[in-house]
Design a protein around this ligand. Sequence first.
Ligand code: MN
Length: 202
Amino acid sequence: MSKHTLPELPYDFNALEPYIDARTMEIHHGKHHGGYVNNLNAAIEGTEMENLSLSDLLKNISKYPVAVRNNGGGHFNHSLFWTIMGKGKGGEPSGNLLDDINSSFGSFEEFKNLFSKAAATRFGSGWAWLLVNDGKLAVSSTPNQDNPLMDVTEVKGTPILGLDVWEHAYYLKYQNRRPEYIENFFNVIDWDAVAKRYEEAK
Ligand code: MN
């Protein structure tokens, strides 16, 4: 299997302004995500892990070194993160996804509150998730670069929306104001991309 590679950002660094600033996007994508990819490749080089897909590594991650958990998780999580945001997005989901958010959480507002709370109360570094588990939607959070695909994770499933709450994701613009970053994230969510992941995950 070929080496893991850093996916191109599907929009310009400044596309998510003013909610997520260009300098943060540039460093986050190039240095942080790029670092996870390089460190993942170094961690698996010359081992049987080179022959496994990223998702196969993650679903049995308890069998592999912590460097693969951290950097493989980092590579997966950021690859998802870039694609569920976009320029001029935000608003609310529609169709099946909205119907199922309403039936799972009561309303879009209640989902937003639950997701925002998961993101705000994750102590230290980690992620908040909207995921599909046995066809049902759920909200969770994970520490570090863990995610719902990993066998070590409490709430397992297929993530369809993720929010990075590591300080590197927001500190340049928001400093310690994580709740403001979380609120503004809702202005850049590409709900069509999330809905597509939802249909594939169900
Ligand atoms: Mn990050």
